[in-house]
Design a protein around this ligand. Structure first.
Ligand SMILES: Nc1ncnc2c1ncn2[C@@H]1O[C@H](COP(=O)(O)OP(=O)(O)O)[C@@H](O)[C@H]1O
Ligand SMILES: O=C(O)C1=C[C@@H](OP(=O)(O)O)[C@@H](O)[C@H](O)C1
Ligand SMILES: [Mg+2]
Length: 191
């Protein structure tokens, strides 16, 4: 008896990314959700996830706070730039930057000049960001959040930089991390 081959249905892919896209970089202030949403986005896409702070902690065998204490912020920024350059060499990878990365011109140029890379700014107001950080039970110590007045000044100074480097801005206030991830995917689809 003749048999017919019925093609198996494809598993539905809820969000397909533009095929040329090889990296998604999340930027935004401390508490924006870069680490949390980045990890979940990578899992949803079956991509790798690289968190620049985690890379630095692994490479230097110490916490971010210890790197700040031992070497100072300028040296931390140099280490951070090296880690970003390394991470941008990876494909099919979601990269979570630290909140201060766009302050450094080298980092902005690296992001701008790396092809097939979409930078996504996770946006929220300072009070919400500060509260999120305070509510994170096991969060690493963030040295640049120790003085709330100075932190808010940094937030204001950085806002135009986040906006300048990003292809997409996602408003995160009032969203859950999973809703943020879905919105990022929807926005990337329409790039
Ligand atoms: N819409 C949202 N998107 C992402 N994270 C959110 C959102 N709302 C609240 N959060 C919470 O805010 C915190 C963000 O922390 P984290 O991911 O470490 O931020 P970042 O890496 O940007 O400093 C987490 O505790 C997360 O659960
Ligand atoms: O904004 C900043 O200056 C910093 C943000 C932190 O990362 P997150 O934005 O992931 O908290 C971390 O890189 C370091 O504490 C400095
Ligand atoms: Mg983070």
């Amino acid at each position: 008896m003749a048999t017919t081959t019925v093609p198996l249905p494809l598993t539905p892919v809820p969000h397909s990314l533009p095929s040329q896209l090889k990296r998604i970089v999340l930027t935004g202030f401390m508490g924006a959700g870069k680490t949390t949403a980045g990890r979940r986005l990578a899992a949803a896409l079956h991509w790798d996830f690289l968190d620049i702070d985690a890379l630095l902690e692994e490479r230097h065998g110490s916490t971010i706070a210890d790197i700040f204490n031992t070497h100072g912020e300028d040296t931390f920024r140099r280490f951070e730039s090296h880690a970003i350059a390394h991470a941008l060499g990876h494909r099919n990878t979601v990269i979570a930057l630290g909140g201060g990365a766009p302050e450094v011109l080298t980092n902005r140029l690296l992001l701008e000049q790396t092809p097939a890379t979409a930078v996504v700014f996770l946006d929220a107001g300072f009070p919400a960001l500060f509260d999120r950080c305070m509510l994170q039970p096991d969060a690493a110590v963030r040295p640049n959040l120790a003085d709330p007045v100075a932190a808010e000044a940094r937030f204001r100074a950085r806002l135009p930089l986040y906006r300048r480097i990003a292809r997409i801005t996602v408003a995160t206030e009032g969203k859950t991390p999973d809703e943020t991830v879905i919105t990022i995917q929807e926005r990337l689809q329409n790039l």
